[in-house]
Design a protein around this ligand. Structure first.
Ligand SMILES: Nc1ncnc2c1ncn2[C@@H]1O[C@H](COP(=O)(O)OP(=O)(O)OP(=O)(O)O)[C@@H](O)[C@H]1O
Ligand SMILES: [Mg+2]
Length: 238
């Protein structure tokens, strides 16, 4: 089966708040998929549903044959999902090295050192910061650390929620380069939310446009960019 992730008729939200309506989404192995849409449309909630941080009311999220909606939330990382969250994605009081180790909590102790070597070879800019307290890093430095932490669990699927948010153009370009490099070098599948569409369209194979909790478009980045009406109405581009 080539489908790594299959989301079918997902209805999800928080307690009594219904955010996502009948969402369907596929991600095949090695594919990078974008989720775009206006603020508040439910992009983060979609990633939270996969990671079991949102409530799934009905429908299914199937990762590599496992029905995630039946899993306990603490088992999700062990099933191969890495998540770079939009906010609060490092422990500020811990060193970078300690943060990386926390990210590998699902791995046997004997494998953590080896995984750290692998991750540092993929996210090299983190190496000089290993002994720094994460809370003392700049925004761009911290985002790179968060990316490295999200890789520590040896994910099959990486969820990236606005990895360049608040960063300068140079720092954003550096993160984009790392993500591209990851995609080219590993068979990692990714779901990416990113406001910087230039960066996004350059990396992804497929896009889903989410508006008020419903998918209203899916297709290649070229196809989406050609749809001037959608681009103008929902993504603010002429
Ligand atoms: N923990 C929560 N409890 C209740 N409602 C929430 C919670 N988190 C988000 N929401 C609501 O769910 C809706 C979708 O929010 P979500 O964060 O998924 O949007 P988003 O597309 O990621 O937005 P942004 O682009 O601003 O990050 C919003 O109306 C938001 O207020
Ligand atoms: Mg969000």
């Amino acid at each position: 089966m080539n489908n790594l992730l299959k989301i079918e008729n997902l209805n999800a939200g928080y307690g009594g708040i219904h955010v996502l309506f009948d969402v369907n989404l596929d991600c095949t192995r090695g594919e990078a998929v974008a989720i775009v849409g206006p603020n508040g449309s439910g992009k983060t909630t979609l990633l939270n549903s996969i990671f079991r941080l949102a409530d799934i009311f009905s429908g299914s999220v199937i990762l590599d044959g496992t029905e995630m909606q039946k899993e306990k939330s603490h088992k999700v990382t062990g099933r191969g999902v890495g998540y770079l969250r939009q906010e609060g994605n490092v422990f500020p009081g811990l060193t970078v090295e300690e943060n990386l180790k926390m990210g590998a909590f699902n791995l046997p102790k004997g494998e953590v050192g080896e995984r750290m070597e692998e991750v540092l070879s993929l996210v090299k800019p983190v190496v000089p910061f290993l002994r720094r307290t994460a809370g003392t890093l700049s925004g761009g430095e911290r985002e790179m650390v968060a990316l490295a932490v999200s890789l520590m669990c040896r994910p099959k699927l990486l969820l990236l929620d606005e990895p360049t948010s608040g960063l300068s153009p140079i720092a954003s370009a550096q993160i984009a380069e790392l993500i591209k490099n990851l995609k080219d070098k590993t068979r990692l599948s990714m779901l990416i939310i990113e406001q910087n569409l230039k960066i996004l369209f350059d990396v992804v194979d497929k896009c889903y446009l989410l508006v008020s909790g419903r998918i209203i478009f899916s297709g290649g980045p070229g196809e989406l960019q050609c749809d001037k009406e959608l681009m103008r109405t929902y993504l603010g581009l002429a």
